[in-house]
Structures are given as C-alpha cells and as structure tokens.
Ligand binder design. Structure first.
Ligand SMILES: [Zn+2]
Length: 130
C-alpha cells in the first residue's frame, strides 16, 4: 500500500494522512480482529488477509490519564490528557483535546483527528468531543 520511503514511518504516516482526510480505516482480519498499519498479519490470530475497513466516525473513551509532568519530548504540551478510545474493531491511543481536563469522563463520545505536538511538531492522534 505504501510507496513512501525514508523519513516517514512506513504505513503509520499514511494512516495519519488518511485520518486527516477523514478516511481513517482499520485493518480487519476474517475473524474480526482490528489493527492499525503497519501490519502484515493479524496481531491476534496471525491471519494474513487484512481488509481495510472504514473507522467508525465516533468512538467511546475507555480510559484516560492526565499528565502534568511530561517527558521532555512533550514538555510544552503539559498538562494534557491521554485517552484510549474504543472504535469497535480497534482501540486508539491519543490526546484528548477541546474538553477541560475536569470534564473528561469515561464513556465520552469522541471523534479522531490529527494534531501537532506543541513541543516536537510531530503529528499525533487526538480525540475531541462529538
Ligand atoms: Zn485475527
């Protein structure tokens, strides 16, 4: 699928591009296990037939943590909330944005988007309320 080489992280940056274009997908094996690129085989059962299926528009916040004292790589981003969101076949980890830290709650309905770290300019998965 990827014809990019060099500095880009093979597969994952393409997936971030797709997410930015609202065309995010997950890789789903015949057993229904979901995963994200770069994957060649299902991490759950080893199946090699992975189909790209559109990611649901919204997911549900499963768990989260608030980071007040980050690693230097994210020094300028703190405090921030990191969450794990259930999108059906896959769970995504990312930054929770556009909601005050004390209003973040398990079960929150969010959509996935892409932001840039304020510290490194690296692209990150983020979730905002829907
Ligand atoms: Zn599988």
């Amino acid at each position: 699928m990827s014809d990019h080489t060099g500095a880009r992280h093979d597969g994952y940056d393409d997936w971030l591009d797709a997410l930015e274009a609202n065309e995010a997908f997950s890789l789903v094996c015949p057993e229904g296990h979901g995963s994200l690129p770069p994957r060649r085989v299902c991490p759950e059962c080893g199946a090699r037939e992975l189909a790209e299926e559109p990611l649901p528009a919204v997911g549900e916040l499963d768990t989260y943590t608030v980071t007040h004292v980050p690693t230097p790589a994210f020094a300028d981003d703190a405090p921030y909330t990191t969450g794990i969101v259930d999108f059906g076949p896959v769970r995504l980890t990312g930054r929770v944005i556009d909601v005050p830290a004390d209003e973040v709650a398990v079960g929150l309905t969010v959509e996935a988007t892409v932001i840039e770290s304020e510290t490194t300019d690296e692209r990150l998965v983020a979730f905002r309320p829907r």
